[in-house]
Ligand binder design. Structure first.
Ligand code: ADP
Ligand code: MG
Length: 377
């Protein structure tokens, strides 16, 4: 990425603004279906924070964003910007920038006219509009494209124009709903970097919706993981990845080896198919559900393979397994395993040049007790 084109810190388009706090309390949207689309969501998005609403399709992310924007009315609960209730404010009075998957640019307007649109709506003087458009074009690195029409731009460039239009008027916050969903993998990665840089430079609150866990982990200060209209877990990407509280969270973020236990996870040991594992109390989820039913979760990078039990460190937890497949991933290999009598599937990450195992080998998988998580299942 070029650094020479970054807008000067004192230019209005890039000056860090005081971000807006967005506070949701008991927010509920019920369309009269079997379950509410959004069900009692309480969440405080801090000023200047990059918050991602992550979750599977249909989990209530877009509805939550639309409630913040005012496109939908609340069934119950309150939403406040910087402490002021916005419940009855129409969308245009909430002063929010919006970015969607389809760029929604005006096809008959040039890049500059598209970006100027929200400023003209606000009856800003022409000279000021020209200055702000020039600044924001620099911020999204589209200098020299001001006279182009959308059809003359690539998909990635069009999305940069839409982003410029969404932030040029200093919105209270920027709401982004799967904005990179239509772009190919490389372009997505490039635009993720751009969005992060722009967030740092403008300093305003970003609320970003995605179903893509990698995108969420790359971008966010914090992630609110949605499951059927509720927040399953809220935390930093590191917290959600390393300290999932439930099986849903462990499965949604990253790969996991999952051992379902038919009982509570509150003792000092756990048994699975005859193996007995030590439990480090620091790895037990505080989720109340863990007292009824739990699962032991181990990440592929925390597992090791040994030829036999004799090769396993004495304080490790372990389990016999059969090698089902070995996948070459470039920088590493994934050994696909079948555990125990039922052949429970699992994955271990090993060095790319580790050729010590072959398909159908009997091996022992082991891990440190402090690297497992006991989650509610
Ligand atoms: P997501 O963005 O996480 O994919 P949505 O917020 O779009 O999920 O949808 C959540 C649930 O609400 C889904 O079951 C969806 O079918 C339902 N839903 C969304 N919008 C409407 C609507 N306007 N009328 C009825 N049901 C809706
Ligand atoms: Mg959606």
């Amino acid at each position: 990425m070029s650094t020479s084109t970054v807008a000067s810190p004192q230019s209005p388009a890039s000056a860090p603004t005081q971000g807006t706090q967005i506070r949701l309390r008991g927010v509920t949207k019920d369309y009269g279906l079997a379950a509410p689309a959004v069900d009692d969501v309480t969440l405080t998005i801090e000023p200047g924070e990059f918050m991602t609403l992550l979750g599977p399709s249909g989990s209530g992310k877009t509805t939550t964003l639309n409630l913040i924007a005012g496109f939908e009315t609340l069934t119950a609960g309150t939403i406040a910007f910087n402490g002021a209730d916005v419940g009855i404010l129409p969308p245009h009075k909430r002063n929010l920038g919006m970015l969607f998957q389809n760029y929604a640019l005006f096809p008959h307007m040039t890049v500059a006219q598209n970006i100027a649109y929200p400023l003209r709506e606000r009856r800003m003087p022409r000279a000021e509009i020209e200055r702000k458009v020039a600044d924001v074009l620099e911020l999204v690195q589209l200098q020299g494209r001001d006279g182009h029409y959308p059809r003359q731009l690539s998909g990635g460039q069009q999305q940069r124009v839409a982003l410029a239009r969404a932030i040029v008027f200093h919105p209270s916050a920027l709401l982004l709903d799967e904005p990179l969903g239509a772009l190919d993998r490389n372009l997505r990665a490039a635009l993720q970097l751009e969005i992060r840089r722009i967030h740092r430079e403008v300093g305003s609150t970003f609320v970003f919706v995605t179903h893509d866990q990698e995108e969420a982990m790359n971008l966010s200060d914090r992630i609110a993981l949605f499951n059927t209209g509720r927040i399953e877990q809220l935390g930093t990407p590191e917290q959600l990845y390393h300290a999932p509280e439930t099986l849903f969270t462990a499965r949604f973020l990253g790969d996991s080896n999952v051992f379902a236990i038919d009982g509570p996870g509150t003792g000092s040991t756990l048994a699975w198919e005859g193996a007995v594992w030590r439990v480090d109390p620091r790895t037990v989820s505080p989720h109340p559900g863990v007292a009824q039913r739990c699962a032991v979760v181990v990440r592929p990078e925390d597992l090791h393979l040994a030829p036999s039990t004799a090769d396993v460190p004495p304080d490790a937890n372990s389990l016999p397994a059969r090698v089902r497949d070995i996948e070459y991933m470039g920088s590493y290999r994934t050994v696909v395993l079948a555990y125990g009598s039922a052949g429970t599937p699992g994955r271990v990450r090993v060095e790319a040049f580790d050729a010590g195992f072959a398909i159908d080998d009997q091996v022992v998988a082991w891990w440190r007790p402090e690297r497992q998580r006991v989650v509610a299942a």
